[in-house]
Design a protein around this ligand. Structure first.
Ligand code: PLP
Length: 345
């Protein structure tokens, strides 16, 4: 079945007269003895339902974690690499996790790496990496698929071994949940992640899993609507006199546009925007917007923006004036009017 259908139908219980169509939120720690779960630090029905959907969408077996960072950390601990090949810029939390473990970072195509970490598109500079080409090199290949979502691209089918997600972003989609996931096609590897989760206790709560599953049900429509808004805004921004640079993989001006179009079914609705006037102007834009919200994080139904280098942990390779725009599903004319007014201040 198509992914839009799987997003709506996977993880549902077998129909029983008068039983709910979806798994209701179940608050429980202790369960009656004699079953296969026993205790909800091991597993839980709300987690299992969401895992079924994420697994179906990515084409593998999903294991939920309490946050995206718990998922990233689980991958680094289970794979225990010596040297990790990475793009110049990855999500700042992931970069910090590499540093905290004393991992040697090397060039993306370095044959000596035993782990290849791919973030495509990358946060926040929207670089695109050639997943099949990198997956053909030796080493375990991990793709952080947070920006693309499985509607945008399916890394396991492109040769990756492991997918990680910050479910907090597009998958949950309403800026109200912190959650993460690891997905892999090897069932033995998935079991190692489950064992790791039980041991570290990084299991999500039932409310988070339930909310995120509700979000995933509408992922396809949300992502496509946000992408359409992003396309419109990226084009308009490109000819705005206050704008120095627009970075969006769906624009022909993006250095990896052809690769992005080949590799992705939907382009991420995140836009990089560098205004003329540097950091001061970028900060004024964040203060001036009314409909857009100045906030970190991304992937919600609402449009948000922030200057990433305001965080000391952000990579020095990122332009200090770069604004990361997370385009939501509002009417694009309202989004444009607010942004254009803030840019012209
Ligand atoms: C946010 C994010 C993470 C971390 O996820 P949390 O759910 O915030 O812990 C990891 N990777 C990327 C690309 C992200 O954007």
């Amino acid at each position: 079945m198509h992914r839009a259908t799987l997003a709506v139908t996977a993880g549902r219980p077998t129909p029983t007269p008068d039983a709910p169509l979806n798994v209701p939120v179940e608050f429980a720690s202790a369960l009656a003895a004699g079953g296969e779960i026993e205790y909800t630090r091991h597993d839980a029905r709300n987690s299992r339902a969401l895992e079924s959907v994420l697994g179906a969408l990515e084409g593998g077996e999903a294991v939920l974690f309490a946050s995206g960072m718990a998922a990233v950390t689980a991958v680094l601990e289970v794979c225990a690499p010596d040297a990790v090949a990475t793009p110049t810029v990855v999500y700042s939390g992931t970069a910090a996790a590499f540093t905290a473990r004393g991992l040697r970072r090397c060039e993306q195509a370095d044959p000596a790496a035993d782990l290849r970490w791919i973030e495509s598109p990358s946060n926040p500079d929207l670089q695109i990496q050639d997943i099949p080409a990198l997956a053909a090199l030796p080493g375990t290949v991990v793709v952080d698929n947070t920006f693309a979502t499985p509607i945008g691209q399916r890394p396991l089918s492109l040769g990756a071994d492991i997918v990680v997600h910050s479910v907090s972003k597009y998958l949950a989609g309403h800026s109200d949940v912190i959650l993460g996931a690891v997905v892999c096609s090897d069932p033995a590897l998935a079991q190692r992640f489950r064992d790791h989760r039980e041991l570290t206790g990084a299991i999500p709560g039932p409310m988070e899993a339930w909310l995120a599953l509700r979000g995933v049900r509408t992922l396809d429509v949300r992502l496509r609507r946000a992408e359409s808004n992003a396309r419109d805004l990226a084009q308009r921004l490109s000819s705005h006199p206050a704008v120095s640079q627009v970075v969006w993989p769906g624009l022909p001006s993006h250095p990896a546009h052809d690769l992005a179009v080949r590799q992705m079914d939907v382009i991420t609705p995140i836009i990089g925007l560098v205004p003329h006037g540097g950091v001061a102007h970028a900060d004024r834009i964040c203060d001036a917007v009314r409909l857009w919200r100045h906030a970190t994080s991304l992937g919600g139904v609402e449009s948000t923006l922030e200057r990433r280098r305001r965080h000391s942990g952000e990579s020095e390779h990122v332009d200090p004036a770069l604004l990361r725009l997370s385009v939501g599903i509002e009417d694009v004319e309202d989004l444009w009017a607010d942004l254009a007014a803030a840019l012209s201040q």
